[in-house]
Design a protein around this ligand. Structure first.
Ligand code: XMP
Length: 514
């Protein structure tokens, strides 16, 4: 049976999974392959369309990621984006050069609405540009169908051969009509019917997990967060009794969270997950003592996690598979997202110690974004209050305490965060902000309290609005609420004498501090 699919060819752009996700939003199955993938393999998949991603280099540079001319001669519609657009021109006989003016960010664009790519798109709109090279000369047979003030070929087409090139990034939300443009390509130009749904993802995943696991035993790392909860419930539907879920309380959870997780997933809760709780806080604190470098902390926490699992696995007996709730943004920012660059190494991803004695890791959510994971959660019947819980990173408060982690600092950040969350809920804002938390800076400063000099820590508050956690904007919390949070934290949490509100967006910041 031939499943209708569009494939994305990865040349190392930062937004590759966003492209795949936009295709899924058109109800079309989508997979990403490296540009090194053999053309024969691509042909054998019989895709309805091919999308070439952006990438960091110049397509005319030595050793640049490339593709063969034949790719454009398969009779399959191809859409090149940014680097992909330039590469298409370069390979087919056009000329790509260093642009006289580099374009970055929101840019006005004029499009030719007679192109099928721009059907129902207004002729003047805004797109997201990020390039230093430009298409100086189109390949023979192409015509320009979009321009900006500095870019004479912001899009080009050769409809007879179903070849399309776009210099900007339609996959990014800042390109106002981006989803429509991709829809036009996928559904109209490629002719996809669009019958793929999230429930197919769930069914296919359950079936493929069953095939993979066979009669093997599975150990799942359950943190109580959205990702691992969805992964655990997915696994329990697939392999039932063969699954054991271990919850490691690493002492870096939010206030009272350990008990809350146990209440939901433990023996008294509503799931049948063979739940085991391990209280390992002391050994994590011990290993983190004196360590302040963020990547080192992440590595230690990740490794210690795996050690705890190994020990637990030995107690349980032979275990063949380890499940983790890794989702796509973790993968891409850890530099494992195909051809793109490392931002930070997320715990949950890679970094297994040599002595690991599981056969394999299963990461059923590895290709999904957070909001897609939530859709899967709902599909699996997980209650909304769990599905819409805000994300919490694997290394927990370990990366919300800047610098060395100590039991005392954990206590401070837990108490401050609990107050912050309580006040956000009191103000009725909890569903309006996608992620919010208190972090403990490493900064101590002078203050005055009851005529006494203090020299204490500064807590930083973060509140972000985001759809996919790849880009995010600071949420505007009313001043009265901030004021109340600030005075409560200073009054109620000892060793804090200053509260700061971080309004940096992502990029250039990240959501977490480390
Ligand atoms: P950043 O800080 O990279 O975070 O902008 C993006 C999203 O990912 C969460 N995050 C993590 N999640 N393991 C996780 O499972 C990690 O190591 C990790 N680091 C960050 C973060 O909370 C935000 O939602």
């Amino acid at each position: 049976m031939d499943k209708e699919r569009v494939i994305v060819i990865d040349f190392g752009g930062q937004y590759n999974q966003l492209i795949a996700r936009r295709v899924r939003e058109c109800s079309v199955y989508c997979e990403i392959f490296s540009y090194k993938t053999d053309l024969g393999k691509i042909k054998a998949m019989n895709p309805k369309g091919i999308i070439l991603t952006g990438g960091p280099s110049s397509c005319y540079g030595e050793g640049a990621a490339s593709c063969s001319r034949e790719l454009f001669e398969l009779g399959i519609p191809v859409l090149g984006l940014c680097y992909g657009a330039q590469l298409m021109m370069h390979v087919l006989g056009g000329r790509v050069d260093r642009a006289p003016v580099r374009e970055y960010g929101r840019t006005e664009v004029r499009v030719d609405t007679s192109s099928r790519l721009f059907r129902d798109v207004p002729s003047h709109t805004v797109c997201w540009m990020s390039h230093f090279d430009y298409i100086a000369e189109m390949a023979p047979g192409f015509r320009s169908v979009a321009v900006t003030a500095d870019c004479p070929v912001a899009a080009a087409e050769c409809p007879e051969k179903a070849l399309y090139a776009i210099q900007f990034h339609p996959e990014v939300l800042h390109t106002i009509e981006g989803s429509k443009i991709l829809f036009n390509f996928v559904r109209d130009i490629c002719g996809c019917a669009g019958d793929w749904r999230m429930d197919s993802f769930v069914e296919e995943n359950i079936a493929s997990i069953r095939r993979k696991v066979g009669k093997g035993r599975v150990l799942c790392a359950l943190s109580g967060g959205v990702d691992s909860s969805v992964a655990a419930v997915l696994l329990s539907k697939a392999v039932g009794e063969q699954l054991t879920c271990v919850f490691v309380d690493h002492g870096l959870l939010r206030k009272n969270e350990g008990d809350e997780v146990e209440a939901v997933f433990g023996p008294e809760g509503g799931y049948d997950l063979n739940f085991i709780r391990v209280n390992a806080r002391e050994r994590f604190y011990e290993r983190l003592r004196g360590v302040s470098e963020p990547e080192a902390k992440r590595k230690i926490i990740g490794e210690e996690f795996i050690h705890v699992f190994e020990e637990e696995a030995r107690k349980i007996g032979a275990v063949d598979f380890l499940v983790q709730g890794t989702i796509y943004p973790d993968v891409v920012e850890s530099g494992l997202g195909g051809e793109s660059a490392v931002i930070k190494s997320h715990h949950n991803v890679g970094g297994l110690p040599d002595c690991v004695d599981f056969k394999e890791i299963i990461e059923p959510l590895r290709s999904l974004f957070k909001d897609e994971v939530r859709k899967v959660g709902l599909e699996l019947g997980i209650p909304e209050h769990l599905v819409f819980r805000q994300p919490f990173p694997g290394p927990g408060l370990g990366i919300r305490i800047i610098g060395e982690v100590t039991a005392e600092k954990v206590r401070i950040v837990q108490d401050a965060d609990a107050i912050y969350r309580e006040e956000i809920a009191n103000a009725g804002l909890e569903w309006e902000i996608d992620q919010y938390f208190a972090a403990l800076t490493n900064m101590r400063s002078v203050g005055v309290m009851g005529d006494e000099r203090t020299y204490d820590y500064a807590v930083a508050l973060r509140a972000m609005k985001t759809v996919d956690f790849m880009t995010a904007e600071s949420a505007p919390i009313p001043y009265e609420v901030l004021n109340k949070v600030s005075s409560r934290i200073i009054n109620e949490v000892s060793h804090v004498n200053r509260v700061l509100y971080d309004i940096t967006s992502k990029p250039p910041g990240t959501i977490e501090f480390e």
